[in-house]
Design a protein around this ligand. Sequence first.
Ligand code: UT7
Length: 331
Amino acid sequence: MSKLYNAGIIGTGSCLPPKIVTNEDLEKIVDTSDEWIVSRTGIKKRRVADENTATSDLATVAARRALDDAGLKPSDIDMIIVATVTPDMNFPSTACLVQANLGAEHCPAFDIEAACSGFLYGFILASQFIATGAYENILVIGAECLSKFLNWKDRNTCVLFGDGAGAAVVSRVDEKFGILSHCMGADGEGGKHLILEAGGSRKPASFETVKNELHYVQMEGSEVFKFAVRIMAKASEEAVSLAGLTKADVDFLVPHQANIRIIEGARKRLNLPKEKVYINLDRYGNMSAASVPVALDEASRTKAIKKGDRIVLVAFGGGLTWASCMLRWSK
Ligand code: UT7
């Protein structure tokens, strides 16, 4: 179908749980050090939700803030998409829980799962409904409570992740603004490198699965690292060329916040100076699907990105998946 409208972001919001866990705190529970975590990842601290807080709670607050920022009411929302690997429960979807919390009556609501690429998958999906004119305002939320799925005895994973939520209102924007290109992909063969094995139909929850600690995130970090370095640089470049632009046209990079060394690869590939890349992984760690929208919200509110800027958004994650897009900021 030919494109009728330009789709862009007219409001953003985020929500981080208040509890901070520092690298020094982790030194007390696993065999690690602040020096190792900072030099290998760039992470200094992360946020952790309390026992009464689930993904939909963070998602709802982020969504309300994004609606406020856009000057919209819940009744203006035509669709809610939540990207998460840490839903409140298998069903109902976290998006339906958020819809009820917001009072966004009867609009369609569903979750998508593309791990850390989930927000960008959702944004690209939403932009299709806006471009065709099917809908006017879509809430896209990336929200995670990864702390609840981490083995806090496994230093390979527990130092890396954090909890949070970010939201964006995707709507029609003026010509020459909004999403200019997009690229998405997946490599299911590599999925085994980053996995939460039990609790699904393959290995339903049982005494055995709990005893074998299969309800926690397991990762072969170096395999994911090799994939990530390659794909972040490639997908960033692809977003630029698909927009018919060159690297010199890129004003800012908002990448998935997994590891500063992975981000550096993408930054160098785009020839961008360090101040043109948004970094918050030092404060929040890797928040999976929430990383990109929280970074985008902070970059917008601090005016690191301004109206007219051409921004590359890029992410990779479990699946394995990746996604990128080029966006001309319209706020
Ligand atoms: O959003 C997608 C999610 N996943 C990722 O983005 C992860 C991508 N991968 C990475 O970021 C990196 O691979 C890590 C940060 C996970 C690991 O860094 P690395 O430079 O690839 O280290 P490594 O896996 O090669 O491990 C080096 C050593 C190992 O010890 P040995 O076997 O050489 O004795 C690990 O056991 O570091 C050890 N190690 C740690 N040491 C202290 C692993 N985790 C820790 C830790 N503290 N927390």
